[in-house]
Ligand binder design. Structure first.
Ligand code: CTP
Length: 424
């Protein structure tokens, strides 16, 4: 698949980067699962990772050499990092130690793995695995935010008892989760949508990192009637909300979608509720939020509606017309004030000026965990396009993501939601 894949078949090539973490032993199961799924796995480990797992194990499981050297030597090997980068359709760093995360985030390249990643133009997925206190260290968090800002996808670590005896977030995500993420990122579809003979994505409901969570997503524009003919609405197409709903479903969540007016029909979800006005959206969201673990308000909700809705079409007169408007309920602010224990609330914010300051103010005033801010004046951002340029803002900091597809934004937002849950 890659421009210069050396294996001579149609299988996609995944460069599996292995860092020096106790979880390195899990790389064997991961390499094996990826190979069984139909992927050509090219493992590369850092020199210190070879103390945790011998390269020979990876070579036996993948059928490819597993280079380790700091600077490869030998005939034809001086450009090994470039050859490996050219051959890769995707890089998965798993386990990603604090050290390897720091080096990738800062463009350092002092061994074969980090040199190769610098030379890669394909997507890079990073699966951190380390002690929970190391993970919480602000330096590591800053490096993870930096990775996300570079467009790399950080797969949220699992939570539980760790090798050192501590409990908390820091476990390498399950191999089934990583296989599913890799195959989706390579563009393979799941279930009925999968092409015959294509690599098989494990069932998201069983293995996704959102498995067991109920996620409520709103999408599209609300419509406020003026009379039987006219209305107040906005230019939201629903695409960002739909991308979020699809991504959450594919990562194993049970998804309820509340959709206002949208350019296309909503995708198939566990539950879909169609609404028209802001008040109808409020009623639906307030009811569904009672059982939701995560609520993502991607809908563009009207802040005002006509004070009176005319039964009959309003006829024009000679002079100017005045439409009296009243405020709608702020759904997110209501959710912030009526949050069930442990629930994560995510909002969206569209601005044309002072993006960060205005969005941070909304985050605080609405009492929510994260807000995804986009600047409508940025090319490729906002309504009616398949891409977006967003800054994810939390109480702890902010991450500006580069231009990427709405699906990729959705994946990053969901990972940020999981990180917010882990930080509770
Ligand atoms: N929102 C909501 N209920 C409303 C209006 C907006 O829940 N009545 C949600 C949106 O779904 C979005 C976020 O709040 O997630 C946007 O916040 P808001 O303050 O409404 O943004 P703007 O309309 O951009 O605000 P402003 O008028 O301050 O520019």
């Amino acid at each position: 698949m890659a421009e210069d894949g050396g294996h001579g078949d149609d299988r996609p090539t995944v460069l599996l980067g292995i860092g020096a973490s106790i979880a390195a032993y899990k790389a064997a199961g991961l390499a094996s699962a990826l190979t069984r799924a139909g992927v050509d796995v090219q493992a590369v480990m850092t020199p210190r990772a070879s103390a945790f797992i011998p390269p020979l194990v990876l070579e036996a499981l993948t059928g490819n050499p597993c280079p380790v050297e700091v600077v490869p030597s030998g005939p034809g090997r001086a450009m090994e990092h470039i050859d490996l980068a050219r051959g890769a359709d995707l890089v998965l760093v798993a386990p990603a130690s604090a050290d390897v995360i720091g080096r990738i985030a800062n463009g350092l390249a002092d061994d074969l793995l980090t040199t190769t990643i610098l030379a890669c133009t394909c997507p890079v997925l990073v699966a951190p695995a380390m002690n929970t206190r190391m993970l919480a260290n602000p330096a590591v968090q800053a490096n993870l935010a930096r990775l996300a800002g570079l467009g790399h996808e950080v797969v949220a670590p699992g939570s539980g008892r760790l090798a050192c005896g501590d409990a908390g977030p820091g476990r390498m995500p399950d191999e089934q989760v990583l296989v599913a993420r890799v195959l989706r990122r390579l563009g393979f579809a799941a279930g009925d949508e999968a092409a015959a003979g294509a690599p098989k994505i494990p069932d998201g409901a069983a293995c996704g990192d959102l498995a067991g969570l109920r996620v409520l997503v709103t999408a599209g524009a609300t419509v406020e009637r003026i009379d039987p003919v006219r209305c107040i609405t906005n230019r939201s197409t629903g695409r960002m909300g739909f991308a979020l709903a699809r991504a959450a479903r594919d990562r194993g969540a049970r998804v309820t979608l509340v959709a206002g007016s949208t350019a296309e029909p909503p995708p198939q979800m566990d539950d879909t509720i169609r609404v028209e006005s802001a008040e109808q959206m409020f009623q639906a969201v307030a009811a569904e939020a009672q059982t939701a673990d995560v609520v993502i308000m991607a809908a563009a909700v009207a802040d005002y509606r006509p004070r009176h809705v005319a039964d009959q079409k309003i006829k024009k007169g000679d002079g100017p017309a005045v439409l009296e408007l009243e405020r709608t309920r702020d759904i997110l602010a209501w959710l912030g004030a009526h949050r069930r224990a442990g629930q994560i609330l995510c909002g969206f914010s569209m601005e044309t000026t002072d993006l960060v300051a205005n969005s941070r103010r909304k985050l605080e005033e609405k009492g929510i965990d994260l807000i995804v801010a986009n600047d409508l004046s940025t090319p490729g951002a906002g309504f009616g396009v398949d891409t977006n340029v967003v800054t994810v803002i939390t109480p702890e900091g902010r991450t500006r993501l580069p231009l990427m597809s709405k699906r990729e934004v959705a994946e990053q937002v969901l990972s940020a939601v999981l990180n917010a849950r882990a930080g509770r």
